[in-house]
Design a protein around this ligand. Structure first.
Ligand code: AMP
Ligand code: ZN
Length: 498
């Protein structure tokens, strides 16, 4: 394990609700690499813009670890079974509902939406995880896990399945700051016949009498499917070891999913140790508080932004412009501002290329010219910012400040910019100006604008027929002003948006 250099990395741990020094397992006598597990998507539909934040956030965390010279292994699960509609313990599986709706197999549904999600992450510059385990491939291990919990006396069986008895879990709900009973009135409205405590949750969801599920496995508790929380405990332990360093997810998981993961995992391990030391959660992106283009807020996804002429990295920039623990309002104005900043940054940085590869503080310090004290100071400030619970807005501000700072040497500036970009992951070293400036799509036009353009194009054709060149030129200038490019072809003029 490379030693931690520079500022101590400090992270906000939801367990205890405070910013803490990050001490990797290896330093505590465990695994060599930092084990990092992020709850992944339920692949029954497109992932919306909000769903992208957990992975951009985890990507930022990985970049921070790398910056510090801390090796890591990252696992992100794919939920393709077990997640019932409304996060409940009974009822239909989200994947099965989607398969029926789209008249496709559950495998097709999972494969299709997984591929779409991975493509969106790649467009956002999120580096791939080391493993993407699928829940459906781990059901035998989940059954073994639940059997062990049963042997240890943590479970009870009901006609609807096998339940975890949360009253047997000391400290149940500590992550969520739940009260002793682990019950928040109204938080879970679902009534389950025979359930001993409201907080008890399903490890195994038995098939309802007379219903044959599409995804079904045989188990000691009959045919059925695993409960939602089981997969993350089983897959993370299988791939990262019994105890690992960091578990991440959206803030909603802090109240239920992660609480239950902890309860079953600590019961299973029974070694009196906290299962995972650091729990990190990103806040939500608020999609419906601002007017967004023409799509409904809750289904708005990255592809819609691209159709509207935004570059995916503008969305990444928008995300990083806020701290991951702050709620962010997604609005067209905010995205426009991010897009404009991205264009400016790319233009400015193009002149500095090629940028060196600077992914670690050690390399940054090494490459800064000895006499450039100012550039060296920027590198230390970048380190301070990322070490302070991943303060990306500050990293972004330092990047912009350094680009305006005329006291830096050319080489010093290149190193600072490359270092900041290594942390932010915007790809400033390679993005092309023409690519980020984008082409607007027709759907971005105001009502009536297409008609206006069509009218101008035909007036220009008429003017040309009449050999009224000044008028034709005037109209072309007007179209130019509207961002419309006209091309004359043998079959007449065509036009497109620039
Ligand atoms: P799901 O596919 O519903 O399990 O969600 C995938 C991830 O996105 C989870 O970690 C959620 O906590 C997170 N998430 C869902 N909605 C939002 C949002 N609006 N903003 C940020 N994260 C979200
Ligand atoms: Zn999970």
């Amino acid at each position: 394990m490379a030693c931690v250099i520079g500022q101590q990395l400090r992270l906000y741990n939801s367990l205890g609700r405070r910013v803490e020094d990050f001490t990797p397992c290896a330093a505590r006598g465990g695994e060599q690499s930092v084990g990092l597990y992020s709850c992944g998507p339920t692949v029954y539909s497109y992932q919306h813009l909000g769903n992208m934040r957990p992975y951009v956030f985890a990507d930022t965390l990985r970049r921070a670890l790398r910056w510090k010279g801390i090796p890591y292994r990252h696992v992100v699960n794919i939920t393709d079974v077990g997640h019932a509609v409304a996060d409940s313990d009974t009822g239909e599986d989200k994947l099965e509902v989607a398969a029926a709706r789209e008249r496709r197999s559950v495998e097709d549904i999972a494969a299709f939406y997984t591929k779409d999600w991975l493509a969106a992450l790649a467009a956002l510059g999120v580096e791939p995880a080391d493993e993407y385990p699928r829940a459906s491939a781990y059901v035998p291990q989940m059954i073994e896990f639940a059997k062990r919990l049963t042997e240890l006396g943590y479970t009870y069986e009901l006609p609807s399945g096998l339940y975890f008895d949360t009253s047997k879990s000391p400290g149940y709900g500590a992550l969520a700051l739940l009260d002793l009973e682990g019950q928040i009135e109204g938080a879970r409205v679902e009534h389950v016949e025979g359930r001993r405590h409201k907080s008890d949750f399903a490890l195994w969801r038995a098939e309802e009498p007379g219903v044959r599920r599409v995804m079904r496995w045989d188990s000691p508790w009959g045919w059925g499917a695993p409960g939602w929380h089981l997969e993350c405990s089983v897959m993370s332990m299988s791939l990262l070891g019994a105890h690992f360093d960091i578990h991440t997810g959206g803030i909603d998981h802090r109240q239920l999913h992660h609480v239950n993961e902890i309860a079953q995992s600590e019961a299973y391990l029974g070694d009196g140790q906290p299962w995972v030391k650091y729990w990190l959660h990103n806040e939500f992106i608020l999609l419906d508080s601002g007017k967004i283009s023409k799509s409904a807020g809750h289904t708005l996804r990255l592809a819609n932004l691209v159709e509207d002429g935004y570059h995916p990295m503008a969305y990444r920039l928008f995300l990083l412009g806020g701290h991951y623990r702050s709620q962010l309002d997604f609005t067209s104005a905010a995205l426009d501002a991010a897009q404009a900043t991205l264009v400016r940054l790319v233009h400015r940085v193009s002149g500095l290329r090629p940028l060196p590869l600077v992914e670690t503080l050690a390399v940054a310090r090494d490459l800064i010219p000895a006499q450039d004290k100012q550039a060296a100071s920027y590198v230390e400030q970048l380190d301070e910012a990322i070490s302070a619970d991943l303060a990306t807005p500050r990293v972004l501000a330092l990047l912009q400040e350094s680009l305006r700072d005329t006291s830096l040497s050319a080489e010093g500036l290149r190193v600072v910019v490359a270092a900041a970009d290594g942390l932010l992951g915007l790809g400033l070293g390679t993005l092309k100006a023409a690519e980020v400036e984008g082409r607007r799509s027709l759907s971005s036009l105001e009502p009536g604008e297409v008609e206006t353009i069509e009218r101008l194009v035909s007036e220009r054709t008429q003017a040309r027929k009449e050999k009224n060149w000044p008028r034709a030129d005037e109209i072309r200038a007007e179209l130019d002003r509207l961002g419309v490019q006209v091309t004359d072809t043998p079959s007449g003029p065509t036009w497109e948006l620039r």
